[in-house]
Design a protein around this ligand. Structure first.
Ligand code: UDP
Length: 411
C-alpha cells in the first residue's frame, strides 16, 4: 500500500515549542506508511521540515501577537467603550461586532489561503497542530474541503461556545499534550470525538554526553566552579522571568558566587516591554554582572550542560513545558512550577523539585537546597534521564500518534 498523505498545519508566527514538537513527531514518523506535508505561517522561518525532505507551503496569517494599540484599539480600550460594554443591548452589539471583525480579519482570509493547498495535496487526514481556538481557520478549511481532521491541542486557551458546539463535534479526534490540557479543552464539550493524551517527545541523543558545557562557560566568562542557574523560555510575563530574577537575587545573598543565564527572546511587543522592565529591575538589584541575557539560542543542549540547575517558574499553568524534558534529558536538575503540565513531568524529590508558582522565597530556597546537596542533584540527574528515556523518546511518541491515526481512519 502506498503511504497515506497527512497534511500538518501549524500557523504559529514563530518557530516555538509547537513547531519543534511537530518536527520531532515527523522525524519519527514511519514514512513508508505516512506521506507528510506541512503548512506554516509565512512569518515562520523554521527550516527543519525541508531538511527532512518534507514539502512545506507557507500561508499569510495575521500575527497572533499583541502589537501596540492602534487607533481602533485605543477607542476599544477607552472610556466610551467601557460605558457601551456596561449597557446590555449595546454590549451585545459590541460583542458581535468584535466577533465579526475577528472572523473577517483573522479567520476567513486564512480559510481561503488554505483551501487550494488542501485540495491540491488531497490528504486523507489533516493534523492541526494546536488547540481549536487557535486553529478555527484550519478546522473550517478542513470542513470546506470535506477532509477528516484532528487537532493536537498544545495550549491552555479558552474555547468559545462556537468552538465547543460547532467546531469540536466536526473533528475526528483530539490529541492532548498533557492531562492538564485535556481537562481544560474538554470542559463543556458535550460530544467529544476520539481523544488521547500523548506527551511531547525530545531528541534524547541531542542532549546526551559528550555535549560540552565548558565551552559555553568559557564563552560567557563564567568560572567552571561557579554555581550556575538558568532559565530557558520566551520573554513574556506568564513565563515568570521576574520571579526568577527576584529569587536569584536572594540566592546570591547566600551564594555570592552564583551566576544566572536567561535564554530566550521577546517575540511580542508585550514581551519587549516586559523585558525592558526586567532589565531595569535586575539593575536595581545589582545583578548586571551576574545575570546574563543571552537572547534566543540554538545551542540548548550545550547551555543545559553548562547549568547546574534549570529553573522553570511560569506563573500560570504550563500546557506541557518542553524545556523540562530537555533539562532532564541533559541530566540537568530541574526546578518547576507546581501547576499544569509541569506536574505531570516532574515528581517532587524524584525527577526534580516543585515550587508554588510565583513564590520567590520558595524558589530561592529550592535553588540553595540543590546547590548545597550534590547527592540530591545526582539523584535527580539519574532519575530524570531514566524517565525521559522511558516516556519521552521520539520513536514511542511517533508510534503513539500513528496508532491514533489508524484508530481515527479505522485501519
Ligand atoms: N528554545 C530555543 N531557544 C531559546 C528558547 C527556547 O530553542 O532561546 C526552545 C526550547 O529549547 C524548547 C522550546 O523552545 O524546545 C520552548 O518550548 P516550551 O514548551 O518550554 O515553551 P513554549 O515556548 O512552547 O511555551
Amino acid at each position: 500500500m502506498s503511504p497515506i498523505p497527512i497534511l500538518y498545519i501549524d500557523l504559529a508566527p514563530h518557530p516555538g515549542g509547537s513547531v519543534i514538537s511537530l518536527s520531532h513527531l515527523l522525524s519519527g514518523l514511519d514514512r513508508t506508511q505516512w506521506r507528510p506535508m506541512v503548512i506554516l505561517s509565512r512569518q515562520n522561518d523554521f527550516a527543519g521540515f525541508e531538511k527532512m525532505g518534507i514539502p512545506v507551503a507557507h500561508v499569510p496569517t495575521p500575527q497572533r501577537e499583541k502589537r501596540p494599540a492602534g487607533v481602533v484599539e485605543q477607542v476599544r480600550q477607552g472610556k466610551a467603550a467601557a460605558s457601551i460594554r456596561s449597557t446590555p443591548v449595546l454590549s451585545h452589539i459590541w460583542h458581535w461586532g468584535g466577533a465579526l471583525r475577528h472572523w473577517r480579519r483573522n479567520v476567513l482570509p486564512v480559510v481561503r489561503a488554505l483551501t487550494p493547498i488542501i485540495r491540491d495535496f488531497n490528504p486523507t487526514l489533516i493534523h492541526l497542530n494546536d488547540s481549536v481556538a487557535l486553529m478555527q481557520h484550519a478546522v473550517l478549511a478542513a470542513r470546506r474541503t470535506r477532509t477528516l481532521a484532528i487537532v493536537h491541542s498544545r495550549a491552555l486557551v479558552p474555547t468559545s461556545a462556537f468552538d465547543r458546539r460547532i467546531l469540536v463535534p466536526g473533528l475526528s479526534g483530539m490529541i492532548f499534550i498533557s492531562q492538564a490540557v485535556a481537562q481544560d479543552q474538554l470542559r463543556g464539550v458535550a460530544r467529544p470525538p476520539l481523544t488521547r493524551v500523548i506527551p511531547n517527545a525530545v531528541d534524547i541523543a541531542q542532549f546526551e554526553q559528550p555535549v560540552d558545557g565548558a565551552s559555553v562557560r568559557r564563552e560567557l566568562g563564567i568560572a567552571p566552579n561557579a554555581p550556575l542557574v538558568g532559565m530557558i523560555g520566551r520573554i513574556i510575563p506568564w513565563k515568570g522571568q521576574h520571579v526568577f530574577i527576584e529569587a536569584f537575587a536572594r540566592l546570591r545573598q547566600r551564594h555570592p558566587r552564583a551566576m544566572a543565564i536567561l535564554v530566550g527572546s521577546a517575540d511580542t511587543a508585550q514581551g519587549e516591554e516586559y523585558g525592558a522592565r526586567l532589565q531595569q529591575r535586575s539593575r536595581e538589584l545589582g545583578l548586571t554582572d551576574n545575570l546574563l541575557w543571552l537572547g534566543h539560542r540554538r545551542d540548548i543542549p550545550q547551555l543545559l550542560a553548562a547549568m547546574d540547575i534549570l529553573v522553570h517558574c511560569s506563573v500560570e499553568p504550563e500546557p506541557f513545558g518542553r524545556v523540562l524534558i530537555e533539562g532532564m534529558a541533559a541530566g540537568t536538575p530541574v526546578i518547576a512550577s507546581a501547576a499544569g503540565g509541569a506536574m505531570e513531568i516532574v515528581e517532587e524529590g524524584v525527577t526534580g523539585l516543585l515550587t508554588p508558582p510565583a513564590d520567590v522565597p520558595a524558589l530561592a530556597r529550592a535553588m540553595s537546597r540543590l546547590i548545597e546537596n550534590e547527592a540530591l542533584r545526582e539523584r535527580l540527574r539519574q532519575n530524570g534521564r531514566r524517565v525521559v528515556r522511558d516516556r519521552y523518546d521520539i520513536p514511542s511518541h511517533a508510534a503513539a500518534v500513528a496508532d491514533f491515526y489508524r484508530m481515527v481512519l479505522g485501519l
